[in-house]
Design a binder for this molecule. Sequence first.
Ligand code: PMP
Length: 354
Amino acid sequence: MKKHNFSAGPSILPQEVLKQASDAVLNFNNLNLSLLEISHRSKDFVDVMEEARELALELMGLEGKGYKALFLQGGASMQFVMTAYNLLENKAGYLNTGTWSDKAIKEAKLFGEVVEVASSKDKNFNYIPKNYSVPSDLDYLHVTTNNTIFGTQLKEIPQTDVPLIADMSSDIFSRNIDFSKFGIIYAGAQKNMGPAGTTLVVIKEDLLGKVTRQIPNMLDYAQHVSKGSMYNTPPVFAVYVSLLTMRWLKSKGGISAIEEENEKKATLIYSEIDLNPLFTGFAAKEDRSFMNATFNLTEDNLKETFDAMVKEAGISGVNGHRSVGGYRASMYNALPLKSVGVLVDVMSELERKA
Ligand code: PMP
């Protein structure tokens, strides 16, 4: 039987997507060829890329609003570099809410002045800073909408007139937010969208062409836009599986429908964390992530028993990140509510036993 997969990433994908993906590896579109054996310039693959780019914008409600979607390589980490390379001329602002924001800041410093508008480093990133001011002379403000490691999530989009850039790697397509408030949105595929190997980048075109530096072609958004995300050979398998996952999401009713399910999952686990005296949540309550729930045992000596019970229940991937410790239940779009129920049952069973 398949495990209950709480992995933080790469992570669970819908079972039907895995089945369709494996069929395409053997025989794609009845071509009697594998998806992996055909030219990326063939009509069959160009159609995949075009549909994937359009569907990403459609799911986010961004069609006809001046945005372009790209499927690039190099992970979200490459976007730490590309965003600054393409947009940072003088000064950029960063909201520092965790390890990934921290890494983005380090890369941006190679290109210009960086202002940390606020940081939650003082409390090991267990909350989202509020009531900070954003200078009006920034080239952009960069935020991380969901902090995968610490289990916090940005509930409110910062109010500012400067362009907003968001790393949405771990909550893309999971909740309805006004995506049109952002100038660039990027997300590594390997959480809510598909396998590792591609990164969705959604760009408002009018932000491009404003820096004076020369940009190498592979790092130049304008090049990728003008070539329809086919400047070089794209990661065909990762793009195709991302397309299958987006089709799956659309067939379920899109982001609004999945948001309801994600809320139910999050409510279920956080209620247990709050009611069960053997567990304590890591993140500040008002900033809790609906994607990654981070929690600790209140009594360390129960760890062995709890871990054995978790394993026995067929649960996988709940160990916390080394910088937080404890446990982390990642509940991405494809994780069924039932799996969260199984974890919660194990947590309450521990309370009965202890
Ligand atoms: N940003 C966030 C929020 C992440 O969770 C991760 C990866 N876990 C990254 C960036 C880095 O992504 P990648 O490994 O694709 O470079």
